[in-house]
Design a protein around this ligand. Structure first.
Ligand code: 5AD
Ligand code: SF4
Length: 398
């Protein structure tokens, strides 16, 4: 039996697909080169903007012919959209067999095999929903428990990825799960669950194992990677400590980390980045807006001046560092004046690159509940293009 995984979204999903593929290979399935040759198709989905969800729904719709031709096949939706949409997916695409959220990846292989067996034997063909608890209305301890940490061995895929060492992408290593920031526009805390930092020994052991398999570049990933904190008795381990530990590993050449949150970038972290030759002098720290009013409505907990000070600090400690950022344009109530403040911030900060997104209402978030999506699509588009232009003109080359 062959499987195919289509991945959308961020690096978290890229890693989850890699882990899912390893688990499926270990369970006896083989990867299909072509989607339509597969017996199992999985969509690893993103919910951060409506556009990402629309893309999945239309791609799923196009699989009707494949599904009709292969009645014993299994079609699954995994990732953020599975956790957010749950049974809505079955309403919109009735031939989807299961949905499985990002906190339940450990149950993937078993779910797929169960469904394949049921299809082959012609027994009951119930739809399956495998998701963690909803963040609203659940007890914190139960909620944490329901988002299970999943870090299996991924030997199979590493060998393939490292076959060309020069062009290989860095291996992604998750150091923390979830997010506790609750930016008012963002669905991530609801679909990826509460923050959980992984045990440092486990992270370092994973890096060592990857390096033994030929990996030379790694990226530590987390939704707010600089919030990484692991308390063990009287000992506290933070991101800087992980960078020092990983740097000691012989054979490892390059270490990066994403995504940063503007608060909690401490001196120790800056010094670690400055002093450790293997660590890339790069910070991806989304600012989202340059207007204090907008930042407040976004629930970001910092001002534009504080963000500027942060970039000043980074450039002064590590003059050759490169900064990248994300921005949302056309957030609820954003006036021309407020948008111009974002333009000013982009000009000031000399980002190497900025990723710019038009605000997209996410049902279930605070901003969807309390603000109106009152900036027209045309204005969002204009602001998006304008900010791109400003970024291009001011881009720092380092
Ligand atoms: N609308 C538009 N962009 C969003 N992002 C997160 N949520 C939304 C939303 N509702 C952007 C932020 C974040 C990036 C990954 O996606 O800029 O940093
Ligand atoms: Fe979303 Fe904010 Fe968490 Fe980033 S920090 S994942 S934007 S809630």
């Amino acid at each position: 039996m062959r499987f195919y995984i289509e991945t959308l979204g961020c690096q978290m999903n890229v890693l989850d697909s890699e882990l899912a593929a390893s688990a499926l290979i270990r369970s006896g399935l083989t990867p299909a080169k072509d989607k339509f040759d597969a017996d199992v198709i999985l969509f690893n989905t993103c919910s951060v903007r409506q556009h990402a969800e629309d893309k999945v729904y239309s791609a799923l719709g196009r699989l009707k012919v494949w599904k009709d031709k292969k009645p014993c096949s299994v079609l699954g939706v995994i990732g953020c959209m599975a956790q957010k949409e749950q049974k809505n997916i079955f309403h919109r695409v009735p031939f989807v067999d299961f949905v499985l959220g990002p906190g339940s990846l450990d149950a993937l292989a078993e779910t797929v095999h169960q469904l394949l067996d049921e299809k082959v034997s012609g027994s009951r063909q119930a739809k399956k929903i495998v998701t963690a608890l909803n963040r609203k209305g659940s007890l914190h301890s139960d909620l944490v428990e329901s988002y299970r940490l999943y870090n299996p061995d991924r030997t199979q895929n590493t060998a393939e990825r490292q076959s060309n060492r020069e062009t290989a992408h860095p291996a992604l290593i998750r150091i923390m799960f979830g997010c506790n920031q609750f930016c008012s526009y963002c669905i991530v805390p609801y679909v990826r669950g509460p923050e959980q930092s992984r045990m440092p020994e486990e992270i370092i052991a994973e890096v060592q194992s990857l390096v033994r398999q030929g990996v030379s570049k790694i990226t530590f990933i987390g939704q707010t990677v600089n919030s990484y904190i692991y308390r063990d008795g009287g000992k506290t381990v933070k991101l800087a400590d992980l960078l020092y530990e990983a740097s000691k590993i012989t054979g490892l050449e390059e270490i990066d980390f994403v995504t940063g949150y503007p608060k909690g970038v401490d001196e120790t972290l800056l010094q670690a980045v400055r002093d450790l030759p293997k660590v890339l002098k790069h910070f991806h720290i989304p600012a989202q807006s340059g207007s204090d009013n907008v930042l407040k409505r976004m629930n970001r907990h910092y001002t534009a001046a504080e963000y500027r000070e942060l970039t000043d600090r980074i450039y002064s400690v590590i003059p050759n560092s490169s900064l990248t950022s994300d921005f949302i344009v056309g957030f609820c109530g954003e006036t021309d004046e407020e948008f111009e403040k974002t333009v000013d911030l982009v000009k000031y900060c000399r980002f190497r690159n900025s990723f710019i997104f038009k605000y997209s209402v996410r049902e279930g978030t605070k901003s969807a509940e309390i603000y109106e999506d009152d900036v027209s699509e045309a204005v969002k588009k204009y602001r998006n293009n304008r900010l791109l232009e400003v970024q291009k003109q001011g881009a720092c080359q380092s």
